[in-house]
Design a protein around this ligand. Structure first.
Ligand code: HEC
Length: 199
């Protein structure tokens, strides 16, 4: 079917309008519809602000203040600090089924991969060769000798090649985790024959 002349002109016009609306210049935003929602009258976080001497919109916290979400930890990585944590920190939770259950959950999520479900240090990440360093046993005599505060310190700030978990596990959960290691893993651990070494 042949297009009539007027139809061809209409078609060409439409095509022109269609292609004219495409723009390769990414720096030009084009036309705004309903611009009121795009341009806020409030100052945006990172825009300059003439109301403050330093010209910034985002304000620094007042000196010496701590946000509600932040918990401070009064120990550093310096020599002797782990021992001091062992002397000064006390687990505030009493051992009961609820504490142990919560502690088990935290342990399973954050520690078992390396230290093993039973705490012996043979977690899957290590035995499968995905993590090269042998995690320490949390159930041998040396681990039983550790003070609660020392374990809390190691979980919070890390220990040797083990990374810190202070940012992932909140303080209450860290203590419940320690209750679980002490009252469940350490008390119930039984040395089993390592069948992988028998072949
Ligand atoms: C990515 C593997 C990995 C994860 C996850 C991990 N650890 Fe460790 N952990 C290690 C290794 C490896 C060491 C030994 C580090 C060294 O000797 O330098 C260690 C050491 C420790 C020690 C020190 C033991 C001692 O003799 O003082 C404690 C306590 C400990 N881990 C507890 C935990 C707890 C509790 C969790 C869970 C919150 C956890 N770890 C998560 C790998 C891990």
């Amino acid at each position: 079917m042949m297009l009539t002349k007027s139809k061809s002109i209409l078609f060409a016009l439409l095509a022109m309008i269609l292609f004219a609306s495409c723009d390769r210049d990414r720096n030009h935003p084009g036309w705004d519809y309903f611009p009121d929602m795009f341009y806020s009258t409030a100052y945006e976080t990172y825009t300059p602000n003439p109301n403050f001497a330093d010209g910034k919109t985002m304000r620094n916290p007042v000196k010496g203040t701590v946000s509600r979400e932040m918990t401070t930890f009064a120990f550093t990585l310096e020599e002797g600090e782990r021992a001091r944590a062992g002397e000064e920190l006390v687990n505030p939770f009493e051992t009961n089924a609820k504490t142990l259950e919560a502690g088990k959950h935290v342990y399973t999520v954050f520690c078992a991969g390396c230290h093993g479900i039973d705490g012996s240090g043979s977690g899957k990440l290590y035995t499968m060769g995905l993590y090269p360093l042998k995690p320490r046993s949390l159930v041998n005599d040396a681990a039983k000798e550790l003070k609660d505060g020392e374990i809390y310190y190691s979980v919070t700030l890390g220990f040797g090649s083990m990374g810190p978990h202070g940012a992932q596990i909140n303080p209450d959960d860290r203590w419940k985790l320690i209750s679980y290691i002490r009252e469940d893993l350490q008390k119930n651990f039984k040395e089993t024959v390592d069948t992988t070494k028998l072949n």
